[in-house]
Design a protein around this ligand. Structure first.
Ligand code: PLP
Length: 405
């Protein structure tokens, strides 16, 4: 299964049912893009849609486009397209705001309903912890910081809300949703799942496992564009008695009645707040159509295979793999530790292999199956090997840090 030559990698590509999707993406020829876990590249049709939304709907349709071009429906329409990727009912997903803001709205609504502590793992993506810290400060809710490796048995009885990633942003380890939800049900804990690194690359069955609350990114594996709005999932039964604190007019049952009193819309729609970003939403709406041609189970299978191949090809380079081994389930990226990981990543980027770096010493390589080939993986591993063996990364320019790593 691990190619032993570039020709072997091409042979895998010839048999790959997803290979046909690559032409749907507008990626520069000379680049091997291993960063779809941070920012997905543009599907060609999303670029066309952006142009059309700006030049026709905005320029000519003007205000009329809120009705005529269906702008008002885009947050729900995008949610309906995300639902099958995460195993949710279509009416339970809404696109709105950022992941951070959605965590705040959900955690605050849940906190209000079931008094108790809020909890997160210490190594969770920072914004998840920061938002809970802010909420705890605002409401005096006790905050529990769990050890990175704490499992579901570590949840104490006073916890009422837990935030947890399905795919860990550093290691790409995949959480056992069923086991966590079972433990949470016994202790009456609401889990908010962060699907940022899972949606669009691994198959997730929220409803089947009893998960009722989730948030996730639109700009990573879903390819919705830089700063694309996020999604929020709330089971419709659970939504009934939740009142979210950012009760803006777009989450009102009838925003254009301009009533003085707030009355929440049904279901997840009450998690909307202000006017939706239409340019971003239209790109996201069209980007999601790529998934209509690609079953998520096939996507996960190819991502795993590419990760396994990359790990095998770079096994003897002196890097420490902190991602799950081939025998375990993994998200769409792998992470390799190296003391000069930042410099190595800059040298790779200069050679056209784009991944990213997470302090203090982690190089992340994302394997989106929609536009990457096995030959890309072969070439990327060769270039990584070359950069390390030649010590090209020692050039002074590669130590200069940008704002975004
Ligand atoms: C797991 C996770 N949660 C949340 C975020 C950030 O979300 P946002 O910037 O949309 O608030 C990221 C960004 O990379 C992430 O990886």
């Amino acid at each position: 299964m691990i190619p032993s030559s570039r020709d072997d990698a091409f042979a895998l590509d010839r048999k790959d049912p997803l290979a046909r999707l690559r032409e749907q993406f507008d990626l520069p020829q000379e680049i091997i893009y291993l960063n779809g876990n941070s920012l997905g590249p543009p599907p060609r049709r999303a670029l066309r849609r952006l142009r059309e939304t700006a030049e026709t709907e905005w320029r000519h349709g003007l205000i009329r486009s809120w009705n005529d071009a269906g702008w008002m429906d885009l947050p729900k329409k995008c949610g309906e397209k995300i639902a099958p990727l995460i195993g949710a009912d279509p009416q339970d997903v809404l696109v709105a705001d950022s992941v951070s803001v959605n965590i705040f709205k959900l955690a605050a609504a849940l906190c209000k309903k079931c008094a108790g502590a809020i909890a997160y793992h210490a190594d969770e993506f920072p914004t998840d912890g920061y938002i809970l810290q802010g909420l705890s400060h605002l409401t005096n809710t006790p905050l529990h910081r769990l050890l990175p490796d704490a499992d579901q048995h570590a949840l104490s009885d006073d916890v009422s809300v837990l935030i947890k990633s399905i795919v860990h942003y550093k290691t790409a380890a995949v959480a056992d949703i069923a086991a966590w939800e079972d433990a949470a049900a016994q202790k009456n804990i609401a889990i908010i799942w962060d699907l940022s690194h899972a949606a669009g690359v691994i198959s997730v069955d929220l409803k089947k496992h009893g998960a009722r609350f989730a948030v996730g990114c639109g700009y990573k594996f879903i390819n919705g564009g830089p700063g694309a709005p996020a999604f929020v999932y709330v089971d419709h039964e659970a939504a009934k008695d939740l009142r979210q604190p950012l009760s803006g007019w777009m989450g009102h049952a009838a925003p254009f009645q301009f009533a003085e009193a707030y009355a929440p819309a049904d279901g997840v729609s009450r998690f909307a707040c202000g006017t939706p970003p239409i340019l971003s939403l239209s790109a996201l709406d069209t980007a999601l159509d790529v998934f209509a041609d690609a079953p998520i189970s096939e996507i996960e299978g190819k991502a795993k295979k590419m990760g396994d191949i990359f790990l095998a090809l770079s096994a003897d380079l002196g890097l420490e793999n902190i991602s799950p081994p081939p025998s375990e389930r993994r998200g769409g990226h792998v992470s390799l530790k190296f003391s000069h990981g930042y410099e190595v990543m800059q040298a790779l980027i200069a050679r056209g292999v784009i991944g990213d770096f997470r302090a203090p010493d982690i190089m992340r390589f994302g394997f989106s199956p929609l536009y990457l080939s096995y030959a890309d993986i072969w070439d990327a591993a060769e270039i990584l090997s070359d950069v390390l063996r030649s010590e090209e990364w020692r050039k002074a320019e590669y130590a200069i840090r940008g704002k975004v790593t």
